[in-house]
Design a protein around this ligand. Sequence first.
Ligand code: ADP
Length: 597
Amino acid sequence: MSNRKSFLSQLVRQYAGSLLLVFLFNALSVLLTFCVYLLIEPFCKLLFTGQLSNLSPVSSYVVSRLDVYLDFTNLSTSITLLIALAILLYFLKSLFAYLTQWFMATLRSDLLYRLRNKMYYKILTLPLSFFSSKQRGDVVSRAVGDTQEVEFTILNALRHFITEPITILLFLAFLIYINPRLTLYVFLILPLPFLAIAKISSVLRRENKNSKQRMGVLISQVEETISGLRIIKGFNAQRKAEEQFQKFNDKYSDTQTRIFRRVDLASPLSEFLGVCIVMVVLVVGGTMVLSPGSSFSPELFITYVAIFPQLISPIGNFSTAFSNYKRGQAALDRLNEVLEADEVILQPEHPVAVDSFKDALTIRDLSFAYADAEVLSDVNFQIGKGKMVALVGPSGSGKTTLVDLLERFYDPTSGSVELDGVDIRRYDIAQYRSLFALVSQDVVLFNATLFDNITLGFPATEEEVMRAVRVAHIDDFVNSLEDGLQHRLSDRGLNLSGGQRQRISIARAVLRNTPILILDEATSAMDTESEHQVQQALDEAMRNRTVIVIAHRLSTIQRADDIVVLSGGRVVERGTHEELMKLEGTYYHYIQIQNLH
Ligand code: ADP
């Protein structure tokens, strides 16, 4: 609740100037509309009786002010002038109405712009663990869908809260002034159509929610299909995918039909009920005008009938603004869950500067759990500068988690990681991470130029990038492209070969020239030619560096200075290949079973 309040109070504080202008311009616009309606009585009086006596006090006042400019002795000129005045007033009213919308539009888009930026920044800074506990699609739907929902609901509601009360109060006061008794009758029956519309709206809201959920399912299915198209076609599963899609599409379509029918019902129903109420006004008001000795003149009655319908839509808007606002709060809560999630990997208050790796990376009594279950337990070992350490163990033994802890994507549950004798939690996070480069088995490429994909924002010249490209043995490919490094990858580089992707990611690491290289070896085999090129590239990238490798190849493991064997989150053996083979323990059996080569 405090979050929502802070959102609104922040909004009001941040945009106080714009909100005030919206309020002022709207008030002027309403006032001008009101002035136009004040001209109806004198106009009718002139038309019906040819003179301007026996007017209501308000109209008498208006006429007395206009008398200076208008010549009421000439009827047709007067009528023309009254109409000209009405046109002028209406023009000014429209101008101010536009200015109201103009400022509101700036406010809306600016607020959403900030909200989207904030959300994106948060996605970049939140720990990886946040996303592992949430579905990616869910975060995306919050970042896009819920931001939109806040616009449709809260900002719309805010607009109606600011603009409608002035219209309602001013016009209602005038109706009471003209005829309090008629106004009382009208307001006794007015809630009826609103109740009917409210009932339809509440059903609509429920259906809308269903429809959104079902649309989400449809979008996920399309996404899954596009990314899994190769598997779907390869396994001849088109029929199954098509059936599945049709099933979801049927459900979505059903909901949409129900929504369309309800929406289509709302409009004629409210129109019909509105007309009924106007008829009641005509009957009751007409009877009052005709009753003997009545002071309710036909001209005033016409004014009344003209003003009354102007009230219906502001009242409707104002009352739906409340339910919209409530709906928006749900979206806001979902946004806040992301925006106010804890950033558990915190920058220390007084960070220690670090720009080099001098001696050793030490893992001390380290344990770690993602949720409750411990994934790493009591891990102890040291990685000396310039050494190559291989992490070996079955899938799920905790190798990736350990590497993530070394890069401080997570903090240990207990124990620590130290770089040159200092707990890494005391270092400036960005400086510390810049000591590492990662070459991972699943290469992530972006829809950008090769240059941008290799530099990833790292300041480098074309020559420097070309040097890295040569070291990574991807220069033949780059040179074969018409626009070289400026070639733009499409479809996130999925049309490149596995080997090319790997070598681009090696070029990234080479360019950064970091003291520590983390290598997550590919488990899947490539063809011999690519394999050979990638291996050459890796060999060069590893030269003169400290290397931590999640190893799956015997050739890599054999070259390591130190092999750390993990099983069930514990270090079970350590040593060189020869030492460990002699032991005939876990490592020995692992090598036998995996049949590594
Ligand atoms: P390896 O790299 O050796 O295959 P991981 O470090 O990926 O092992 O995983 C170790 C254990 O931690 C596994 O049981 C895995 O299910 C679990 N795990 C990995 N990542 C997460 C995560 N983001 N959230 C929860 N559990 C995870």
